[in-house]
Structure formats: structure tokens, C-alpha cells
Design a protein around this ligand. Sequence first.
Ligand code: FAD
Length: 502
Amino acid sequence: MSAPIDSILIVGGGTAGWMTAAALAHALPRGCTITLIESEEIGTVGVGEATIPPIRLFNDTLGIAEADFLRATRGSYKLGIEFVGWGRPDARYFHPFGTFGRPFDLVAVHQHWLAARAQGSAVPLDDLSMAWGAAKRGRFAAPLADPRSVASTFDYAYHFDAGLYARFLRDYAEARGVIRVEGRIAGAERDAQGGDVADVVLVDGRRFGADLFVDCSGFRGLLIEGALATGYEDWTHWLPCDRAVAAPSETDDDGLTPFTRSTVRAAGWQWRIPLQHRTGNGYVYSSAHVSDDEASATLVANIRGVRLGDPRVLRFVTGRRRLFWNRNVVAIGLASGFMEPLESTSIHLIQAGIAKLLAFFPSKTPDPLAVAEYNRVATAEFERIRDFLILHYKLNAGREEPMWRACAAMDVPDSLAVKIEHFRRAGRLIQRENDLFGAASWLAVHVGQGNLPQDGDPLLAHNGDTGASRQFVERLAAAIAGMADSMPRHAEWIAQIGGVHR
Ligand code: FAD
């Protein structure tokens, strides 16, 4: 066996840096020195509050109890995202975590829903989702394990203060031996012969070498781009938003909702993310279609609670590094690429990067085959998420503003076009490779944004009699409503685990 590595240097202490440090400290309890350099003066991006369910696996793996985590990060529960004005200006739909109902004979639930609709049923698809049943009533309880219960058919994630999460993970990592260095990095030096990164050099002259470098320096990509000039694939032609303006507010009248809200605006969309102590708000927009001042004014006009602080503009380029692992540098977090926050996927991509790094963990002589596989899988993960995000933009055809008209008319990647066409023809949900967002997620967006099938599943004609689908759908919706009514209020659930609520 080739010699194990002795040292890892993590550059950057945002959410990515401290998640990486905590996970590596947990996975490498001995024999490897882990150092993290960060600069308080530079700071972190400081937004990033909504997540998707796999975050629970990350915390569980590290042995972090949910109640401790939610208390430390002032977090709340998230059952999905409510989309307002997407598809049609007057429309609303929910992208739930979990499924729509339970499997019913051999035919997909949504095929029964389509048949029931044709039979005159007015039950919205959303009402077949347990997550929405609870979310719309402002209720929450942990899912049940019994697969026969509708209360087993949903999943959940969290809203939290990402700055507090990084702080929490810093304590975790330092307690397990991670060395934190405060200092501003001036640059990196490469090995004259091999070309690998040899040293990170601080402004005050200190130098830090390592066997492996993890670049968590944010959009700057100090090592992956600054030192190695890896290159960046720009996806702005598909995902036109390149800025966000953010401002927190006091909790508004809607209160501590167990879901994120995304509302369409003239040149993008606005998020609302409720935490225990405040609500996060932001307008994600295309700078080609609206100025920073106009975007800030729109955000301010649409914040319902008392604003806490001035709007802050952030700039980004949607896309990905051409390589995520280049030589002896692995880029994780914003240094690896960024897709706008529409489906709250960035913190998940940090987790996915860490999981792959552990799966392909190098020795002193890295295996090029493992590095290539890391890059292949990471590319596929980014592209699958990219397609899912583009779906929202492409199907938002009911708006007149120039940005939305351009989105409705744009050519989408072939990998997405085929999925849109399959659903449009017969409601078929096509999965290729390992899609982070499963069939229920795609279904929610197709139906929610008006891509309704022209025809149903031929299998349905051979299963059940006329009226069976309608009966099934109405019973399912009633079962979900009954179960949701029996759940505690979200705020009560949080108070019960020791959190604060209003
Ligand atoms: P950063 O937070 O930028 O951290 C970079 C670190 O590198 C800092 O510690 C900094 O001090 C250090 N550093 C940089 N340069 C130097 C230097 N020269 N010397 C020393 N140190 C240096 N994600 C989600 O999952 N959900 C969301 O809802 C969400 N919303 C978002 C909304 C917006 C508008 C944006 C822009 C992002 C959002 N994200 C979201 C993404 C999320 O914020 C990031 O993925 C996450 O915070 C990780 O950031 P990071 O650690 O990679 O970078």
C-alpha cells in the first residue's frame, strides 16, 4: 500500500471550510494533521439558509443531535418550497420533500390524479403530498417509520443560520484536533518540477505546505483558479440570474412557516426563509435586466416584517470549475462552482464533495483513475441540478417581462429537453444517472408550472374501473388532511426541543 498522507490544508473557513474540517476530523481520527486558514477580515458569503434532506445524514454521520444543531443555528424545519407566480402569475404550487401519496397498484399516483381530473376531480396535486398537508397548516412532526401510514411519505430538511453552523462545526473540529490559523492569504506557490501546489503563503510571510489542499476559499477559488488556472464553465445563458440582494427582517405575519417561499419578480425571484430569530429575504436577479438599485427597492418593498439592516448585493457567475479535483487541490463549496439558490443545493454540494473526497481518499501518490472518477461524478451532479433549475425557468412561460420571455424561448440542454418531452407526451418521469431530485420533485414542477401531459399511461386502461382513480385521489387527500390536522404546530415542535419561537 502506498504511504498515507500526513497533512491536509483547508483554505477558507466559511460553511464549506468548516463542514470539510469537521468531516475530515471525524473520518481521520489519527495520523493526519488538518489545518484550516481563514481571514476574519475577508469574512464569508454569509447567506445560505435553506437546505435539502441529505443534510440530516451529514449531521447524523458526525454524531450531531438534531436538537443541539437547531438550538445552535437558530434553525427551523423545512418541508419543501412554495413557488408563487411560477408558471402563471396567479399560480402557486409546492415542491415537497417526499412523495405524492403511496404507490397504488402498478400505476403511478400522478397518473391516477390525471385520470381523476379528467373525471371531474378538483383535488390539486399538492393535496396528495403529506409534506404540503403539514406545511400549509404550519404544522410539523417527525415522519413515522410505518410504511402503511401516509405520515411516512414525507421527508424534511432545515432552515438555519449558516454562519452559526460554521461556528458550531468549528468547535466540533477544533475539539477533534483541527488547527485553525487566522491570516490573510497572499497566494500559493507551485512545485517547480511537478506543478502541484507546494505552499500557501500568507500576507505576513508565513507559509503552509501540505500533501493535500482543499480549496474552500469561496468565489475567489484561490488555489483551484488562482494557482492552477483550472477554468470555469459559465451557465448564465441558461440560468440568467447573476446577482442577489439580501436583507433579513423580523419574523413577519406568516411566522415560522415550515417551508421556504420563492416568489417570481420581474427579473428573477425572491426568497423568504424563516428562522427562529429572524426571516431571511433576498431577490435573485439578472443584472442584464434590472439595476442593483431597482432590485434593492423591489426587495425592500416586498419585505413584510421590519427590516434588519441594509440590503447587501452579492455577485456570482452560475457554472462550475472545469475540474473539481486538479492536481493536489480539491475545490469544495463556492470555489467549485455555484448554481443559484432556487432549490437550496449549494450546501448539499459541499456535503457531496466531502462524501466523494472520502470515497476517493488519496494516498501520497494520488491515483489518476480515482481523481478522474471524482471529476466525472461531480460533473454529473452539477449538471443534473443545473437541468432541474433550468426546468423552472423554461416553464415560466406566463410572464411578459423580457427576461422571462427569453427564458421561455431558450434552447435547453438535450438532457433536459428529453425529460420535458417525455412528461408532456404521457406523464413519464425519466431518470438518468443518479438524480438528486427524484420523480416527485420533477412531477411537482412539471404540473405546478403547467407542463401537463397530453395523454395518460396506457397501463391505467387495464387497471381499475372508471371512477376508481377519482375515489383513490379523494381518499388519499382526506387521509393526508386528517393526519396533518393531528400534528403539532411547527413553533410548538421547535419549542419542545428547546428552541426559541415567536
Ligand atoms: P465563503 O462563505 O465565501 O467562505 C470563504 C472563506 O474563505 C472565508 O472564510 C474567507 O475568509 C476565506 N478566504 C477567502 N479569501 C481568503 C484569503 N485571501 N485569505 C484567507 N482567507 C480567505 N446555499 C444553500 O445551500 N442554501 C441557500 O439557501 C443558499 N442561498 C444562497 C444565496 C446566495 C445569494 C448566495 C450567493 C449563496 C447561497 N448559498 C446557499 C450558497 C452558500 O452560501 C455557500 O454554498 C456556502 O456558504 C459556502 O460558502 P463557502 O464556504 O464556499 O464560501
